[in-house]
Design a protein around this ligand. Structure first.
Ligand SMILES: Cc1cc2nc3c(=O)[nH]c(=O)nc-3n(C[C@H](O)[C@H](O)[C@H](O)COP(=O)(O)OP(=O)(O)OC[C@H]3O[C@@H](n4cnc5c(N)ncnc54)[C@H](O)[C@@H]3O)c2cc1C
Length: 390
């Protein structure tokens, strides 16, 4: 029998940040993940993540930033335009302050560093292992694992991603929908430097993001990551590299010649919202609680804010001896994060729908939107602060 304060199911990008935060507050944590630890070079997840300035501050607070800073590509400018329209919006970090708006990091690099951080003395990391049976009783939660351990704790946190088994078992209501889009993730080499600029290009078939990466350490070539959405039935593995490069250049000629330099990873896109982030002796974080369209690069940033808010709340309750698994403690986490999530969900869903719409009236609406943002600096700065998570 193992005793802990919190058992976290899922040691991904969000679950591990929560574990480290709670361990720093003095809580005893068990983390279960059904996948074995990743090798640093593991390419199973080819995604890059736009880490907002606010999230970078969370990493910094936990002492995790120094280890990954050398892998982080700053984003100083973001340029947005619609294919076929003369309007663009340029967001320049200098309008807000001296800091970059965010950083691009490879997921495999972040996962590797977070896995190292799970070796904290307050954390027991069981992997590969998952929950075979979860009982949420009046005064404790008891988990039996697939590897035979029995763990008693005050609270279970579901951080197993969008298909969270503990959420399904809890009976918490879920609303989810599929977008008629699949995203391609790949990396390109390009002739011209990216000048720390991220691009978002809206096309009728879906958005294309071109995200600056650090120069390739092996070849010293300029490099960017692509997140390119097209209709769900499009087979991203069918076109040759030359065909994809040619199509990309027809939308994005700004970096000179380009070549694909990675595998292709594909992700069907969907959204998910829960009726409640909490139940008796259960809290949900990250994609287990919400999934949003990646159009604005906000999904995991939202999850890290869940982890940050929950860490403060549980840490404070723990310090004064409260039972951290009761609804009276957990309710304010739900109230706070529900608002945050609804804002991001409706913003990303709305932008995606608006830019997919073929109607002329929405074309005028989109151009008007670009013009308003360009001519109202306070609105532009507000949008930038939202994207930066501050
Ligand atoms: C194409 C694309 C691009 C994106 N780009 C961005 C971006 O730029 N910025 C951004 O903020 N967000 C982005 N996102 C969203 C982001 O990737 C997710 O929000 C993030 O991965 C969620 O992290 P998580 O830890 O909640 O879940 P996951 O990353 O899904 O991790 C879940 C963890 O739980 C483990 N697990 C699963 N099931 C079990 C089980 N039964 N028992 C135990 N362990 C289990 C898994 O092994 C994994 O380690 C993007 C998403 C997509 C699809």
């Amino acid at each position: 029998m193992m005793q802990a304060d919190v058992t976290i199911l899922g040691g991904g990008l969000v679950g591990s940040i929560l574990a480290v935060g709670l361990a720093y507050r003095g809580l005893k944590i068990v983390v279960l993940d059904h996948n074995p630890p990743l090798d640093f070079k593991d390419s199973g997840d080819g995604r890059t993540t736009a880490v907002s300035y606010g999230s970078q501050q969370i990493f910094h607070k936990l002492g995790l930033w120094d280890g990954i800073a050398c892998h982080a590509q700053p984003i100083c400018e973001i340029r947005v335009f619609e294919e076929g329209s003369a309007w663009t919006v340029d967001y320049d970090h200098k309008d807000i302050g001296p800091h970059p708006m965010g950083y691009i990091l490879e997921n495999r690099v972040m996962r590797h560093h977070l896995q190292q951080a799970l070796k904290h003395p307050q954390i027991t990391w069981l992997t590969p292992s998952s929950a075979l049976n979860c009982q949420r009783l009046f005064d404790k939660a008891v988990i039996t694992t697939t590897t035979g351990e029995v763990i008693e704790s005050k609270l279970i946190v579901g951080a197993e991603g969008r298909h969270s088994p503990v959420r399904l078992q809890s009976g918490i209501g879920v609303h989810q929908w599929d977008y008629p889009q699949t995203a391609l993730v790949a990396h390109i080499y390009h002739q011209e430097p990216h000048h720390n600029t991220a691009w978002e290009i809206f096309m009728p078939s879906g958005p294309l993001a071109v995200l600056p990466m650090l120069t390739c350490p092996q070849t010293q070539q300029h490099r960017s990551g692509l997140v390119w959405a097209k209709s769900r039935d499009y087979d991203w593995h069918h076109p040759t590299n030359q065909d994809l490069e040619k199509e990309f250049l027809s939308y994005f000629p700004f970096y000179g010649s380009i070549s694909l330099c990675s595998e292709r990873w594909t992700y069907p896109l969907s959204a998910l919202k829960v009726d409640s982030f909490v139940a008796h002796r259960l809290a949900l974080v990250g994609d287990a609680a919400h999934v949003v369209h990646p159009i604005a690069g906000q999904g995991v940033n939202l999850g890290w804010r869940d982890a940050d808010v929950l860490t403060t709340l549980l840490g404070d309750a723990f310090d004064v001896g409260l039972d951290i698994g009761t609804l009276s403690v957990l309710k304010s986490y739900h109230q706070k994060q529900k608002l945050d999530h609804c804002g991001v969900l409706w913003m990303t869903d709305g932008i995606n729908r608006l830019f997919r719409s073929p109607y002329r009236s929405t074309y005028f609406l989109r151009n008007a939107g670009f013009a308003v943002v360009n001519h109202l600096p306070p609105l532009k700065r507000w949008l930038m602060r939202k994207a930066m998570g501050i």
